[in-house]
Design a binder for this molecule. Sequence first.
Ligand SMILES: NC(=O)c1ccc[n+]([C@@H]2O[C@H](COP(=O)([O-])OP(=O)(O)OC[C@H]3O[C@@H](n4cnc5c(N)ncnc54)[C@H](OP(=O)(O)O)[C@@H]3O)[C@@H](O)[C@H]2O)c1
Length: 296
Amino acid sequence: MFLVTGASGHLGQAVINHLITTYKIPATSIIATTRDPGKLAALAAKGINIRDANFDDEAHLIKAFAGASRLLLISTNAMEPGVRLKQHQNAVKAAEKAGVGHVVYTSMPNPETSAVLFAPDHVGTEKALASSGIKGWTVLRNNWYFENLFFSLPQALAAGTQYSAAGQGKIAQIARDDLARAAAAALVSDFAGKQTLTLSGAKEYTTDQIAALVSKAVGKPLTVVHVPVEGLLQGMLGAGLPEALARMFASFDVNTAQGGLSGSPAAFKTLTGVEPQSFEAWLSKNAGAFTASGAH
Ligand SMILES: NC(=O)c1ccc[n+]([C@@H]2O[C@H](COP(=O)([O-])OP(=O)(O)OC[C@H]3O[C@@H](n4cnc5c(N)ncnc54)[C@H](OP(=O)(O)O)[C@@H]3O)[C@@H](O)[C@H]2O)c1
């Protein structure tokens, strides 16, 4: 049995899709967990086993994970540093107690040296896996999704200006659907040891290069204004962003400037046997969503 947590989320939904359509796993061999089973009615109708699982409740998690031989632990979206770590530690402990043989975990690139404020949560989770009694695990250090641009760029496109403290740092961004394919591949593989793979896209781009490509695809001008990180932070605070969120976003740029998101597609290709989708191809399909509200 293959178990996918976070199955109602964007990545989880796409993983289930790849399990069924790409890897031909029967629906009855899949367990999908969520805090709200009502959200997964469509998957239940396909024959997928739906279970209630909240990482804040370790005791209940053991029941939710029972019978799973391989489990995909999708990192949660809690923003406050430290919260995810506790949730993930609960999930790792529960997987061990439930007798899961292999855990696949979605981490981030270079977490040990990353300036991203929630990076320590990924470091802590990777350590929890390494020190657990779980027989095997695969850590997937997922690079940034192309889809993150739906959050950062619509406002900038409306104004024609993007403020950045990322300098000439490069991002080896990748389509979320490719990361879902990779997670599904790791889940169904017969790999039984312990490995850490960094999953990055076909090419690395600077913020200027990304802005130029998005601008061209959307047909709107977009100028990148490079500012020091303190200026970026003050700008976000001045625009009314809560301080914790502003500091989090600023840490993304610092990390990019430091090279924390550069990378190559080698591990992705080995794991999946396919090329990652190029940013240009993805843009040609998704350009409309930059101007449609709420789409991601
Ligand atoms: N690499 C990147 O660029 C990038 C970008 C954004 C996010 N991420 C990370 O990747 C994860 C998956 O991305 P996504 O796009 O699928 O995010 P998403 O759509 O926001 O989904 C997040 C998932 O986290 C689950 N979750 C939240 N709190 C939970 C809890 N207490 N217990 C169990 N599950 C919980 C939710 O499950 P239910 O609501 O069904 O319980 C939801 O399915 C995110 O959560 C985040 O850690 C990475």
